[in-house]
Structures are given as structure tokens and as C-alpha cells.
Design a protein around this ligand. Structure first.
Ligand code: MG
Length: 391
């Protein structure tokens, strides 16, 4: 163990993200006496504007459809919960894991994936739009919370975790952070874990939300092996259990099975590869945080089922189509005439255009649209297109 522990510091394994090996922040800052650097990252994410907006952004079901559905905020919290449980078991840095989990969707557009696809289409000639990269833009550039620097000035490790995917083209613009996509290296274990926890979270909560919305029924889900196995076990143990508790008990067990499997499988892989530092992890031959082959096959089968029966259900597709029209119309109207933007944003768009031409203007409009919550996008659409609406 090197150095004195600061308050709040826990034991983390040598292969975890550690302050001695951190690549630090873009703008150096004095260290805090009471919080670790990764705790500060997590706290900065929680205090950001983009984080508060997640409560009004769609996960799968549009925010106004019902109060019990996941939003991007509750989704992000479920991701953080799952990721932290695993992080603690594997002796990873729990605070960094939490920071990445809570920040992973900060760049998401309104209306979930439908919104991201629509905005990507609008931006096709101007470098495209990718929500991962936008999450990074939010924490690096867009948040305005500090006198001394733009964005949240998070550590390299947090930024590395937030940028899950990136095209080689975009990676070239990102300097040190983009290198791993060009050289095909891995991110640290906390980043790998937050990414996997994202999949575990939505795969399970979308079963719950899909059942609640009546898009799928328990009988349909029996085609999915993971579900059927736990359904059988719960029915055998509690034959009289009412359906709501039945569903929650099954989902709880499904999450638990996958979490335990990730802990075992990843623990074994970490031990077998003998990684002794975060750089060893980065240079390892493939990801080390993972499910076993058998559990992964079950997980993929569930994901496929959801794709077919939930995400492509006609009621979801109607919402998707509406959302795409709204975002496209918003983007087109604002891009064609930036004077329609609120003044500060219009100024940004003009400045960006002076520097980078039309692509700069497009990016400024995309930033404005991507930052909207579902309900703000609908309101803004009414203001721009409904002749009887208020402006
Ligand atoms: Mg997510």
C-alpha cells in the first residue's frame, strides 16, 4: 500500500483504478482532503444540469405514459446499484464505478433511442450524432459550473468510462482519450463494469416495464430460458403468489443470477490473466469484466426477445415515429434559421459557424436539441409549429 489513505478511501485492488496511477484531470486542481478524486467525479455528475434532466428523459416509455416506468434517471441509478455491488465484490473503485454509471447517459437525447437515431440522421453530413460521444461533450464542454474551466473537469478514468464506443474517425479528434479505439485497447475495469451493468439493468427492467405496459405477458416470456427457469422455481416455492410479486421475485432472481455470475467469471479472469495495474487491464487481450458463456447466451436470448416484443411493439414504434418527426422538425427549423433559438444559443451557433462553417452551426443546434427533456421538446415543438401556441 502506498501513501496515506484520505478519508473516504477504501481498499481497492492493484488492478483497479487508483489515485497513484490516475491520469488526472485536463485542468489540474488541488486535491480534496476529505474526498477521493473519484468521489468528486461522482459528486460533480450528481450536481450537473444534465443529470437532473434525466428524470424527464425517456428510457423506453415516454415520460408521460405513467409514473412507474423507468426514466433515464432511475435507469442510471439501477445501473449504478448493480455496478457498485459487483465493484465491491471485485475490489474495484466503487466511486468511479458509480460516477461512470450515473454519467453514462448524460448525453442522451429526448425520446430514447428514437431521438438519438433521428438526430444522427439530421447530423449525417456534419459528423453524425452519437449519444456516448455527447455524454463526453456534456462533461467536457457543455456543463457550466466552474469559473476556471468548461465542463466538469472529470478524471481521465471517468471520461474513459463514459466514452464506451467511438468511431475511429471521431477517436482521432479526441487525443489521449481516443487512442484506445485506434489501438484497440480496453478501458479500466470500472468502465467495463459500468457498461455491462447498463445491459443487465435494462434487460431486466424492460421486462418489468413491458409487462406493466401490457406489451408482453408472462406466458410469452416463458420462451426465454432465463425467465422460464426462475418462473418455475418461484412457482414451485410459492404456488399462491399473486402476479405482481411473482414478476418482481423472478426479476430479482434473474438480476441476482447474472450479478453473481459476473463476479465469479470476472474474478477468475482477472486472476488468470494476472493483471497488476490499470495499464495491464488496458493492454489485456479483451475485456475482463464479463458473464460466463452460458449466462451470456441467456442474456442475449432475453435481449432478443425484448427487441422483438417490446422495442418493436407497434405501440412503441408509434411513439418512436412521433418522436423522430418531432426531433427532425425541431432540428430543421432551428438549423435553417438560428434566430429562432434563444439568444444565448443563437450566439453560440453563430460563433461555431464562424469557426467551423455549417458543421459548427449544426453541432450547436444538435447540442440544444439533445439537451432537451421529452416534455421540453414537445413544448418547443408546439411553440415553433402550432400557430395558436405560445412562443
Ligand atoms: Mg443506459
Amino acid at each position: 500500500m502506498s501513501g496515506v489513505m484520505i478519508t473516504g478511501e477504501r481498499f481497492v485492488a492493484p488492478y483497479a483504478a487508483r489515485r497513484e496511477t490516475s491520469r488526472g484531470r485536463r485542468y489540474p486542481e488541488p486535491v480534496s482532503e476529505h474526498r477521493t478524486e473519484y468521489q468528486r467525479d461522482r459528486d460533480r455528475v450528481i450536481h450537473s444540469n444534465a443529470f437532473r434532466r434525466l428524470v424527464y428523459k425517456t428510457q423506453v416509455f415516454v415520460n408521460h405514459e405513467g409514473d412507474l416506468y423507468r426514466t433515464r434517471l432511475t435507469h442510471s441509478m439501477e445501473v449504478a446499484q448493480i455496478a457498485r455491488s459487483i465493484a465491491r465484490a471485485l475490489h474495484l473503485d466503487e466511486d468511479l464505478t458509480e460516477a461512470v454509471s450515473l454519467a453514462h447517459d448524460l448525453g442522451h437525447t429526448p425520446f430514447g433511442h428514437a431521438g438519438q437515431d433521428a438526430l444522427n440522421a439530421c447530423m449525417r453530413e456534419y459528423g453524425g450524432f452519437e449519444h456516448n460521444l455527447q455524454s463526453l461533450r456534456v462533461v467536457d464542454e457543455i456543463e457550466e459550473r466552474y469559473a476556471d474551466f468548461p465542463g466538469l473537469n472529470l478524471t481521465f478514468e471517468a471520461r474513459e468510462g463514459i466514452l464506451k464506443h467511438c468511431s475511429v474517425n471521431n477517436a482521432r479528434q479526441l487525443g489521449e482519450l481516443g487512442e484506445r479505439f485506434i489501438e484497440r485497447r480496453q478501458p479500466g475495469l470500472e468502465a467495463q463494469l459500468a457498461n455491462l451493468a447498463d445491459e443487465i439493468a435494462y434487460n431486466n427492467h424492460d421486462v418489468d416495464d413491458g409487462l406493466r405496459a401490457g406489451l408482453i405477458a408472462i406466458e410469452d416470456l416463458r420462451d426465454v430460458r432465463l425467465f422460464a427457469r426462475h418462473h418455475d422455481a418461484v412457482r414451485a416455492a410459492y404456488p399462491e403468489l399473486a402476479s405482481r410479486r411473482m414478476v418482481h421475485e423472478i426479476i430479482r432472481r434473474m438480476i441476482n443470477e447474472v450479478v453473481l455470475d459476473v463476479i465469479d467469471t470476472s474474478g477468475e479472469r482477472i486472476a488468470r490473466t494476472g493483471v497488476a495495474s490499470i495499464d495491464d487491464v488496458r493492454n489485456a487481450d479483451g475485456q475482463l469484466v464479463m458473464m460466463s458463456a452460458a449466462v451470456h447466451a441467456d442474456h442475449i436470448a432475453l435481449k432478443r426477445f425484448l427487441g422483438e416484443h417490446v422495442y418493436r411493439h407497434y405501440r412503441v414504434l408509434r411513439m418512436t415515429a412521433k418522436a423522430q418527426r418531432v426531433l427532425k422538425e425541431l432540428f430543421d427549423a432551428l438549423f435553417d434559421d438560428v434566430r429562432l433559438l434563444p439568444e444565448e444559443y443563437a450566439d453560440n451557433a453563430r460563433a461555431a459557424e464562424a469557426e467551423q462553417g455549417k458543421a459548427g452551426r449544426a453541432r450547436a443546434v444538435a447540442d440544444y436539441v439533445a439537451g432537451m427533456t421529452d416534455r421540453f421538446a414537445m413544448l418547443e415543438h408546439r411553440r415553433l409549429f402550432d400557430p395558436g401556441g405560445r412562443t
